[in-house]
Design a protein around this ligand. Structure first.
Ligand code: BES
Ligand code: MN
Ligand code: ZN
Length: 479
Protein backbone atom coordinates (compact mmCIF):
# COMPACT_ATOMS: atom_id res chain seq x y z
CA UNK A 1 0.00 0.00 0.00
CA UNK A 2 1.17 3.51 -0.78
CA UNK A 3 -0.13 6.43 1.27
CA UNK A 4 0.56 9.93 0.00
CA UNK A 5 -0.59 13.49 0.37
CA UNK A 6 -3.53 14.37 -1.88
CA UNK A 7 -2.11 17.17 -4.01
CA UNK A 8 -4.12 19.10 -6.58
CA UNK A 9 -7.04 16.68 -6.21
CA UNK A 10 -5.55 14.14 -8.59
CA UNK A 11 -8.32 11.82 -9.79
CA UNK A 12 -9.07 8.76 -7.65
CA UNK A 13 -11.50 5.86 -7.92
CA UNK A 14 -13.10 6.62 -4.58
CA UNK A 15 -13.37 9.48 -2.15
CA UNK A 16 -13.94 8.66 1.53
CA UNK A 17 -15.34 11.12 4.01
CA UNK A 18 -15.80 10.30 7.69
CA UNK A 19 -18.41 12.44 9.41
CA UNK A 20 -19.74 12.76 12.94
CA UNK A 21 -23.42 13.60 13.40
CA UNK A 22 -22.47 17.17 14.33
CA UNK A 23 -20.46 17.51 11.09
CA UNK A 24 -23.61 16.69 9.12
CA UNK A 25 -25.52 19.48 10.80
CA UNK A 26 -22.70 21.92 10.26
CA UNK A 27 -20.54 20.84 7.33
CA UNK A 28 -16.77 21.34 7.69
CA UNK A 29 -15.04 23.50 5.11
CA UNK A 30 -14.56 21.12 2.21
CA UNK A 31 -13.98 21.96 -1.42
CA UNK A 32 -17.09 23.62 -2.98
CA UNK A 33 -17.99 20.74 -5.25
CA UNK A 34 -17.78 18.20 -2.38
CA UNK A 35 -19.73 20.49 -0.11
CA UNK A 36 -22.52 20.82 -2.66
CA UNK A 37 -22.99 17.05 -2.95
CA UNK A 38 -22.77 16.63 0.81
CA UNK A 39 -25.34 19.31 1.60
CA UNK A 40 -27.81 17.70 -0.78
CA UNK A 41 -27.35 14.27 0.79
CA UNK A 42 -27.46 15.63 4.31
CA UNK A 43 -30.53 17.84 3.76
CA UNK A 44 -32.44 14.86 2.31
CA UNK A 45 -31.37 12.86 5.41
CA UNK A 46 -29.76 10.27 3.11
CA UNK A 47 -26.80 10.48 5.40
CA UNK A 48 -26.86 11.64 9.04
CA UNK A 49 -23.47 10.48 10.35
CA UNK A 50 -24.96 7.66 12.40
CA UNK A 51 -22.28 5.40 13.84
CA UNK A 52 -21.54 2.45 11.57
CA UNK A 53 -23.48 3.84 8.60
CA UNK A 54 -21.99 3.79 5.11
CA UNK A 55 -23.45 5.48 2.06
CA UNK A 56 -22.00 4.68 -1.34
CA UNK A 57 -22.72 7.34 -3.94
CA UNK A 58 -21.67 6.75 -7.58
CA UNK A 59 -20.40 9.96 -9.13
CA UNK A 60 -19.65 10.72 -12.75
CA UNK A 61 -16.04 9.91 -12.01
CA UNK A 62 -15.44 7.56 -9.08
CA UNK A 63 -17.50 6.76 -6.03
CA UNK A 64 -18.13 8.72 -2.86
CA UNK A 65 -18.14 6.80 0.42
CA UNK A 66 -19.68 8.53 3.42
CA UNK A 67 -18.91 6.86 6.71
CA UNK A 68 -20.71 7.75 9.93
CA UNK A 69 -18.75 8.21 13.15
CA UNK A 70 -21.78 8.86 15.38
CA UNK A 71 -21.96 11.45 18.11
CA UNK A 72 -18.95 13.70 18.65
CA UNK A 73 -18.80 13.02 22.40
CA UNK A 74 -18.37 9.30 21.78
CA UNK A 75 -15.99 9.57 18.84
CA UNK A 76 -12.34 8.67 19.42
CA UNK A 77 -9.22 7.72 17.49
CA UNK A 78 -9.95 4.04 17.83
CA UNK A 79 -13.30 4.41 16.09
CA UNK A 80 -11.69 6.53 13.38
CA UNK A 81 -9.00 3.90 12.78
CA UNK A 82 -11.59 1.12 12.50
CA UNK A 83 -13.84 3.22 10.27
CA UNK A 84 -10.94 4.05 7.96
CA UNK A 85 -10.00 0.39 7.61
CA UNK A 86 -13.64 -0.51 7.00
CA UNK A 87 -14.02 2.19 4.34
CA UNK A 88 -10.79 1.25 2.54
CA UNK A 89 -11.77 -2.43 2.65
CA UNK A 90 -15.13 -1.62 1.10
CA UNK A 91 -13.53 0.47 -1.60
CA UNK A 92 -10.94 -2.22 -2.32
CA UNK A 93 -13.60 -4.92 -2.58
CA UNK A 94 -15.52 -2.69 -5.00
CA UNK A 95 -12.63 -2.42 -7.48
CA UNK A 96 -11.16 0.91 -6.35
CA UNK A 97 -7.45 1.04 -7.10
CA UNK A 98 -7.01 4.45 -5.52
CA UNK A 99 -8.82 6.18 -2.68
CA UNK A 100 -8.60 9.64 -1.21
CA UNK A 101 -9.78 10.36 2.30
CA UNK A 102 -10.55 13.79 3.75
CA UNK A 103 -9.44 14.07 7.36
CA UNK A 104 -8.49 17.67 8.10
CA UNK A 105 -11.79 18.24 9.95
CA UNK A 106 -10.71 15.51 12.41
CA UNK A 107 -7.31 17.02 13.26
CA UNK A 108 -8.25 17.38 16.93
CA UNK A 109 -7.74 13.63 17.39
CA UNK A 110 -4.15 13.04 18.45
CA UNK A 111 -2.43 10.39 16.35
CA UNK A 112 -4.75 10.80 13.36
CA UNK A 113 -2.10 10.32 10.69
CA UNK A 114 -0.63 7.38 12.58
CA UNK A 115 -4.06 5.75 12.57
CA UNK A 116 -4.35 6.45 8.85
CA UNK A 117 -1.09 4.58 8.24
CA UNK A 118 -2.20 1.68 10.38
CA UNK A 119 -5.66 1.41 8.82
CA UNK A 120 -4.26 1.75 5.30
CA UNK A 121 -1.69 -0.94 6.02
CA UNK A 122 -4.16 -3.36 7.61
CA UNK A 123 -7.23 -2.94 5.39
CA UNK A 124 -6.11 -5.34 2.69
CA UNK A 125 -5.03 -8.23 4.89
CA UNK A 126 -6.90 -11.54 4.71
CA UNK A 127 -5.63 -15.06 5.26
CA UNK A 128 -6.40 -16.64 1.89
CA UNK A 129 -3.14 -18.24 0.79
CA UNK A 130 -4.72 -21.73 0.75
CA UNK A 131 -7.77 -20.79 -1.32
CA UNK A 132 -7.77 -21.72 -4.98
CA UNK A 133 -8.10 -18.47 -6.92
CA UNK A 134 -10.69 -19.47 -9.55
CA UNK A 135 -12.09 -17.37 -12.39
CA UNK A 136 -14.47 -15.57 -10.02
CA UNK A 137 -11.65 -14.55 -7.76
CA UNK A 138 -11.35 -10.82 -7.42
CA UNK A 139 -8.18 -9.67 -5.74
CA UNK A 140 -8.25 -6.70 -3.40
CA UNK A 141 -7.57 -3.84 -5.76
CA UNK A 142 -6.77 -0.85 -3.56
CA UNK A 143 -3.09 0.03 -3.55
CA UNK A 144 -2.95 3.82 -3.42
CA UNK A 145 -4.35 6.01 -0.65
CA UNK A 146 -4.27 9.80 -0.62
CA UNK A 147 -5.17 12.13 2.20
CA UNK A 148 -5.30 15.85 2.91
CA UNK A 149 -3.44 15.17 6.16
CA UNK A 150 -0.18 13.29 5.77
CA UNK A 151 3.06 13.38 7.75
CA UNK A 152 5.89 11.10 8.99
CA UNK A 153 3.54 9.40 11.42
CA UNK A 154 1.82 7.72 8.47
CA UNK A 155 4.90 5.63 7.80
CA UNK A 156 5.28 4.77 11.50
CA UNK A 157 1.65 3.60 11.47
CA UNK A 158 2.36 1.48 8.40
CA UNK A 159 5.32 -0.13 10.16
CA UNK A 160 3.02 -1.01 13.07
CA UNK A 161 0.62 -2.51 10.53
CA UNK A 162 3.37 -4.59 8.90
CA UNK A 163 4.43 -5.94 12.28
CA UNK A 164 0.84 -7.04 12.97
CA UNK A 165 0.38 -8.61 9.55
CA UNK A 166 3.63 -10.55 9.97
CA UNK A 167 2.41 -11.94 13.31
CA UNK A 168 -1.11 -12.67 12.01
CA UNK A 169 0.09 -14.47 8.91
CA UNK A 170 2.04 -17.05 10.97
CA UNK A 171 -0.62 -17.34 13.68
CA UNK A 172 -3.24 -18.15 11.02
CA UNK A 173 -1.22 -21.10 9.67
CA UNK A 174 -2.53 -24.48 10.80
CA UNK A 175 -0.64 -26.97 12.94
CA UNK A 176 0.20 -29.10 9.90
CA UNK A 177 2.16 -26.19 8.44
CA UNK A 178 3.81 -24.67 11.49
CA UNK A 179 5.54 -26.68 14.20
CA UNK A 180 8.25 -25.51 16.65
CA UNK A 181 11.08 -25.89 14.11
CA UNK A 182 9.07 -23.83 11.59
CA UNK A 183 8.87 -21.06 14.19
CA UNK A 184 12.66 -21.26 14.49
CA UNK A 185 13.00 -21.00 10.70
CA UNK A 186 10.78 -17.90 10.64
CA UNK A 187 12.89 -16.33 13.40
CA UNK A 188 16.14 -17.17 11.62
CA UNK A 189 14.87 -15.59 8.39
CA UNK A 190 13.71 -12.47 10.24
CA UNK A 191 17.08 -12.19 11.99
CA UNK A 192 18.88 -12.43 8.66
CA UNK A 193 16.68 -9.75 7.12
CA UNK A 194 17.18 -7.23 9.93
CA UNK A 195 20.60 -8.15 11.28
CA UNK A 196 19.29 -9.48 14.60
CA UNK A 197 21.01 -12.16 16.68
CA UNK A 198 19.13 -15.43 16.73
CA UNK A 199 19.81 -18.42 18.93
CA UNK A 200 17.77 -21.61 18.67
CA UNK A 201 17.90 -24.32 21.33
CA UNK A 202 16.92 -27.74 19.96
CA UNK A 203 15.83 -30.69 22.12
CA UNK A 204 19.40 -31.73 22.92
CA UNK A 205 20.46 -28.24 23.94
CA UNK A 206 17.22 -27.85 25.92
CA UNK A 207 18.17 -30.95 27.93
CA UNK A 208 21.71 -29.62 28.52
CA UNK A 209 20.19 -26.33 29.67
CA UNK A 210 17.80 -28.08 32.09
CA UNK A 211 14.66 -26.82 30.37
CA UNK A 212 12.61 -29.60 31.98
CA UNK A 213 9.22 -27.93 31.75
CA UNK A 214 9.39 -27.05 28.04
CA UNK A 215 10.77 -30.54 27.26
CA UNK A 216 7.97 -32.24 29.22
CA UNK A 217 5.26 -30.43 27.24
CA UNK A 218 6.95 -31.26 23.94
CA UNK A 219 7.52 -34.97 24.69
CA UNK A 220 4.24 -36.24 23.22
CA UNK A 221 4.82 -34.81 19.75
CA UNK A 222 6.96 -36.05 16.87
CA UNK A 223 7.77 -32.35 16.35
CA UNK A 224 10.34 -31.54 19.06
CA UNK A 225 10.26 -28.28 21.07
CA UNK A 226 12.43 -25.21 20.50
CA UNK A 227 13.40 -22.18 22.52
CA UNK A 228 14.14 -19.24 20.25
CA UNK A 229 15.97 -16.11 21.35
CA UNK A 230 16.10 -13.05 19.08
CA UNK A 231 18.11 -9.98 20.08
CA UNK A 232 17.81 -6.45 18.75
CA UNK A 233 20.52 -3.97 19.71
CA UNK A 234 20.15 -0.31 18.75
CA UNK A 235 23.02 1.61 17.12
CA UNK A 236 23.54 3.94 20.09
CA UNK A 237 23.45 3.25 23.83
CA UNK A 238 20.08 1.72 24.62
CA UNK A 239 17.80 3.58 27.01
CA UNK A 240 16.51 0.30 28.49
CA UNK A 241 16.71 -3.45 28.14
CA UNK A 242 13.42 -5.28 27.64
CA UNK A 243 12.52 -8.94 27.22
CA UNK A 244 9.35 -10.11 25.47
CA UNK A 245 8.34 -13.71 26.02
CA UNK A 246 5.70 -15.55 23.97
CA UNK A 247 3.84 -18.82 24.39
CA UNK A 248 4.32 -20.81 21.22
CA UNK A 249 2.17 -23.95 21.42
CA UNK A 250 1.85 -24.74 17.73
CA UNK A 251 -1.13 -26.94 18.52
CA UNK A 252 -2.79 -27.56 21.87
CA UNK A 253 -4.73 -30.82 21.88
CA UNK A 254 -4.66 -30.78 25.69
CA UNK A 255 -2.22 -33.70 25.75
CA UNK A 256 -3.35 -36.81 27.67
CA UNK A 257 -5.96 -34.58 29.37
CA UNK A 258 -7.32 -34.26 25.88
CA UNK A 259 -9.67 -31.39 25.01
CA UNK A 260 -13.25 -32.11 23.91
CA UNK A 261 -13.83 -31.45 20.19
CA UNK A 262 -15.30 -27.97 20.30
CA UNK A 263 -12.48 -26.76 22.56
CA UNK A 264 -9.71 -28.25 20.43
CA UNK A 265 -10.86 -26.43 17.31
CA UNK A 266 -8.96 -23.10 16.95
CA UNK A 267 -6.03 -24.38 19.04
CA UNK A 268 -3.69 -23.71 16.11
CA UNK A 269 -3.93 -20.22 17.59
CA UNK A 270 -2.15 -21.24 20.78
CA UNK A 271 1.15 -20.01 19.30
CA UNK A 272 -0.07 -16.41 19.01
CA UNK A 273 2.10 -15.13 21.87
CA UNK A 274 5.22 -16.34 20.05
CA UNK A 275 3.98 -15.01 16.70
CA UNK A 276 3.46 -11.66 18.39
CA UNK A 277 7.07 -11.73 19.57
CA UNK A 278 8.14 -12.15 15.92
CA UNK A 279 5.93 -9.22 14.91
CA UNK A 280 7.28 -7.05 17.70
CA UNK A 281 10.90 -7.83 16.79
CA UNK A 282 10.16 -6.89 13.18
CA UNK A 283 8.48 -3.66 14.32
CA UNK A 284 11.29 -2.73 16.69
CA UNK A 285 13.87 -3.24 13.93
CA UNK A 286 11.82 -1.36 11.30
CA UNK A 287 11.27 1.57 13.66
CA UNK A 288 14.91 1.50 14.80
CA UNK A 289 13.94 1.94 18.45
CA UNK A 290 16.58 2.92 20.96
CA UNK A 291 15.91 -0.03 23.28
CA UNK A 292 17.68 -3.38 23.57
CA UNK A 293 14.98 -5.98 23.02
CA UNK A 294 15.24 -9.70 23.66
CA UNK A 295 12.45 -11.76 22.13
CA UNK A 296 11.92 -15.28 23.50
CA UNK A 297 9.59 -17.79 21.88
CA UNK A 298 8.92 -20.96 23.82
CA UNK A 299 7.60 -23.45 21.29
CA UNK A 300 6.20 -26.95 21.62
CA UNK A 301 3.31 -29.03 20.36
CA UNK A 302 1.05 -30.43 23.10
CA UNK A 303 0.04 -33.91 21.94
CA UNK A 304 -1.17 -37.14 23.54
CA UNK A 305 0.94 -40.21 22.71
CA UNK A 306 2.94 -43.01 24.27
CA UNK A 307 5.76 -40.60 24.93
CA UNK A 308 3.60 -37.76 26.25
CA UNK A 309 4.04 -36.34 29.75
CA UNK A 310 1.42 -37.63 32.14
CA UNK A 311 -0.82 -36.39 34.90
CA UNK A 312 1.03 -37.12 38.23
CA UNK A 313 4.46 -36.66 36.60
CA UNK A 314 6.84 -34.48 38.56
CA UNK A 315 9.13 -32.34 36.43
CA UNK A 316 11.94 -29.90 37.22
CA UNK A 317 12.00 -26.43 35.67
CA UNK A 318 15.16 -24.53 34.76
CA UNK A 319 15.34 -22.72 38.10
CA UNK A 320 15.22 -26.03 39.98
CA UNK A 321 11.61 -25.77 41.12
CA UNK A 322 9.71 -29.05 40.91
CA UNK A 323 6.20 -29.17 39.45
CA UNK A 324 3.59 -31.87 39.91
CA UNK A 325 1.47 -32.18 36.78
CA UNK A 326 -2.20 -32.43 37.58
CA UNK A 327 -3.42 -31.39 34.15
CA UNK A 328 -1.46 -31.73 30.91
CA UNK A 329 -3.72 -29.10 29.33
CA UNK A 330 -2.20 -26.43 31.59
CA UNK A 331 0.90 -26.54 29.38
CA UNK A 332 1.34 -22.86 28.51
CA UNK A 333 2.48 -21.87 32.00
CA UNK A 334 5.08 -24.68 31.83
CA UNK A 335 6.71 -23.60 28.59
CA UNK A 336 6.64 -19.99 29.83
CA UNK A 337 8.17 -20.98 33.19
CA UNK A 338 11.45 -22.09 31.61
CA UNK A 339 11.44 -19.17 29.16
CA UNK A 340 10.87 -16.63 31.95
CA UNK A 341 13.92 -18.08 33.76
CA UNK A 342 16.09 -17.63 30.66
CA UNK A 343 14.68 -14.14 30.04
CA UNK A 344 15.43 -13.19 33.67
CA UNK A 345 19.04 -14.34 33.23
CA UNK A 346 19.61 -11.64 30.59
CA UNK A 347 18.94 -9.15 33.46
CA UNK A 348 16.38 -6.98 31.67
CA UNK A 349 14.76 -3.89 33.19
CA UNK A 350 11.40 -5.25 32.20
CA UNK A 351 9.81 -8.51 31.04
CA UNK A 352 6.49 -8.70 29.21
CA UNK A 353 5.04 -12.09 28.45
CA UNK A 354 2.14 -12.80 26.11
CA UNK A 355 0.13 -15.98 26.12
CA UNK A 356 -3.19 -17.48 25.12
CA UNK A 357 -3.10 -18.87 28.62
CA UNK A 358 -6.50 -19.47 30.18
CA UNK A 359 -10.12 -19.99 29.24
CA UNK A 360 -10.82 -18.43 32.64
CA UNK A 361 -9.53 -15.06 31.42
CA UNK A 362 -11.95 -15.23 28.48
CA UNK A 363 -14.80 -16.02 30.83
CA UNK A 364 -13.88 -13.04 33.00
CA UNK A 365 -13.23 -10.40 30.34
CA UNK A 366 -14.84 -11.56 27.12
CA UNK A 367 -13.29 -11.64 23.68
CA UNK A 368 -12.39 -7.98 23.27
CA UNK A 369 -10.31 -7.27 26.35
CA UNK A 370 -7.11 -8.96 27.49
CA UNK A 371 -6.05 -9.66 31.07
CA UNK A 372 -3.03 -7.81 32.43
CA UNK A 373 -1.08 -8.87 35.52
CA UNK A 374 1.80 -6.67 36.65
CA UNK A 375 4.12 -6.73 39.67
CA UNK A 376 4.94 -3.02 39.35
CA UNK A 377 2.42 -0.15 39.37
CA UNK A 378 4.63 2.12 37.25
CA UNK A 379 4.90 -0.49 34.51
CA UNK A 380 1.18 -1.16 34.68
CA UNK A 381 0.40 2.55 34.21
CA UNK A 382 2.75 2.74 31.21
CA UNK A 383 1.27 -0.31 29.51
CA UNK A 384 -2.29 0.84 30.14
CA UNK A 385 -1.58 4.30 28.76
CA UNK A 386 0.06 2.76 25.66
CA UNK A 387 -3.01 0.58 25.23
CA UNK A 388 -5.34 3.58 25.31
CA UNK A 389 -3.39 5.05 22.39
CA UNK A 390 -3.39 1.83 20.40
CA UNK A 391 -7.03 0.98 21.05
CA UNK A 392 -6.25 -2.49 22.39
CA UNK A 393 -8.01 -2.81 25.70
CA UNK A 394 -6.55 -4.48 28.75
CA UNK A 395 -7.92 -4.94 32.25
CA UNK A 396 -5.57 -5.25 35.19
CA UNK A 397 -6.33 -8.32 37.31
CA UNK A 398 -4.89 -9.11 40.75
CA UNK A 399 -1.49 -10.72 41.15
CA UNK A 400 -2.13 -11.27 44.84
CA UNK A 401 -4.44 -13.75 46.45
CA UNK A 402 -3.42 -15.69 49.54
CA UNK A 403 -5.95 -18.47 48.97
CA UNK A 404 -5.00 -19.08 45.38
CA UNK A 405 -1.32 -18.83 46.33
CA UNK A 406 -1.91 -21.56 48.91
CA UNK A 407 -3.45 -23.77 46.21
CA UNK A 408 -0.21 -23.58 44.16
CA UNK A 409 1.44 -25.87 46.70
CA UNK A 410 1.83 -29.57 45.98
CA UNK A 411 2.11 -32.28 48.64
CA UNK A 412 4.90 -33.95 46.64
CA UNK A 413 6.64 -31.13 44.76
CA UNK A 414 7.17 -27.37 45.03
CA UNK A 415 4.17 -26.50 42.86
CA UNK A 416 1.20 -27.99 41.04
CA UNK A 417 0.55 -26.74 37.50
CA UNK A 418 -3.23 -26.34 37.76
CA UNK A 419 -5.75 -25.46 40.43
CA UNK A 420 -9.52 -25.33 40.60
CA UNK A 421 -11.60 -23.66 37.89
CA UNK A 422 -12.36 -20.54 39.89
CA UNK A 423 -9.74 -17.83 39.62
CA UNK A 424 -7.96 -19.82 36.89
CA UNK A 425 -6.37 -16.79 35.23
CA UNK A 426 -4.98 -15.55 38.56
CA UNK A 427 -3.66 -19.02 39.40
CA UNK A 428 -1.78 -19.14 36.11
CA UNK A 429 -0.30 -15.66 36.65
CA UNK A 430 0.80 -16.55 40.20
CA UNK A 431 2.38 -19.72 38.84
CA UNK A 432 4.39 -17.69 36.29
CA UNK A 433 5.54 -15.31 39.04
CA UNK A 434 7.54 -18.20 40.56
CA UNK A 435 9.87 -18.08 37.54
CA UNK A 436 10.49 -14.34 37.20
CA UNK A 437 13.83 -13.15 38.57
CA UNK A 438 13.88 -10.91 41.62
CA UNK A 439 13.56 -7.14 41.22
CA UNK A 440 12.50 -7.32 37.59
CA UNK A 441 9.40 -5.36 36.58
CA UNK A 442 7.17 -7.93 34.88
CA UNK A 443 3.86 -7.89 33.06
CA UNK A 444 1.86 -10.89 31.94
CA UNK A 445 -0.73 -10.47 29.19
CA UNK A 446 -3.37 -13.21 28.99
CA UNK A 447 -4.54 -12.89 25.37
CA UNK A 448 -6.80 -15.97 25.24
CA UNK A 449 -9.93 -15.00 23.33
CA UNK A 450 -8.68 -11.70 21.93
CA UNK A 451 -6.16 -13.46 19.69
CA UNK A 452 -8.70 -14.51 17.05
CA UNK A 453 -11.76 -12.82 15.54
CA UNK A 454 -14.79 -14.78 14.35
CA UNK A 455 -15.61 -12.18 11.73
CA UNK A 456 -14.09 -9.15 10.08
CA UNK A 457 -14.43 -5.87 11.96
CA UNK A 458 -12.57 -2.55 11.59
CA UNK A 459 -8.86 -3.25 11.30
CA UNK A 460 -9.44 -6.97 11.95
CA UNK A 461 -10.17 -9.68 9.43
CA UNK A 462 -11.48 -13.12 10.30
CA UNK A 463 -8.71 -14.99 12.09
CA UNK A 464 -5.62 -13.89 13.98
CA UNK A 465 -5.57 -10.33 15.37
CA UNK A 466 -1.98 -9.99 16.65
CA UNK A 467 -3.55 -8.39 19.71
CA UNK A 468 -0.77 -7.10 21.97
CA UNK A 469 1.72 -6.25 19.22
CA UNK A 470 0.59 -2.63 18.97
CA UNK A 471 0.56 -2.03 22.70
CA UNK A 472 3.99 -3.60 23.20
CA UNK A 473 5.49 -1.61 20.33
CA UNK A 474 3.91 1.59 21.63
CA UNK A 475 5.24 0.86 25.12
CA UNK A 476 8.75 0.10 23.80
CA UNK A 477 8.65 3.27 21.71
CA UNK A 478 7.92 5.28 24.86
CA UNK A 479 11.04 4.03 26.71
N1 BES B 1 -4.53 -22.71 25.32
C1 BES B 1 -5.41 -22.94 26.41
C2 BES B 1 -6.19 -21.70 26.81
C3 BES B 1 -7.17 -21.16 25.80
C4 BES B 1 -8.50 -21.52 25.85
C5 BES B 1 -6.76 -20.26 24.83
C6 BES B 1 -9.38 -21.02 24.91
C7 BES B 1 -7.65 -19.75 23.89
C8 BES B 1 -8.96 -20.12 23.92
C9 BES B 1 -4.61 -23.42 27.62
O1 BES B 1 -3.48 -24.16 27.34
C10 BES B 1 -5.51 -24.28 28.42
O2 BES B 1 -5.86 -25.33 27.95
N2 BES B 1 -5.87 -23.85 29.62
C11 BES B 1 -6.71 -24.57 30.48
C12 BES B 1 -6.08 -24.61 31.85
C13 BES B 1 -6.75 -25.54 32.81
C14 BES B 1 -6.53 -26.97 32.37
C15 BES B 1 -6.16 -25.33 34.19
C16 BES B 1 -8.06 -23.85 30.53
O3 BES B 1 -8.08 -22.62 30.53
O4 BES B 1 -9.07 -24.52 30.52
MN1 MN C 1 -3.89 -26.24 27.12
ZN1 ZN D 1 -2.58 -23.84 25.55
Amino acid sequence: MQIKRWENFNPVDSLLILLREEDCQNLPSFDDEVKEILSALVSRKDFTGKKGSLLRVPLVEGTLYLIGLGKKEKCNLNLIRDSLAWGFRNAGKNHSKSSAVLLSHLKEYDGLTFALGEAGGLCSYVFDSYKTKGKDYEPFSLNEIYSDVCDDDVSAGMKFADAQIFAREIANEPGCAVCPSTMADKATALAEQYGLDCEVWDEKKLADEKMGALLAVGKGSINPPRLIHLTYKPKGTPSKKAAIVGKGITFDSGGLNIKPDQFMLTMKGDKTGACNVLGIMKGVAELGLNVEVHGFMSCAENMPSGSAYRPDDIITARNGKTIEINNTDAEGRLVLADALCVASETKPDVIIDMATLTGACMVALGKNRAGLFVNDDGLSAKILSASVKTGESFWRLPLEDEHIEESLKSPFADLVNAGERYGGAIFAALFLKEFVGENIAWAHMDIAGVDFKDKEHGIYCKGATAFGVRTCLEYLRSL
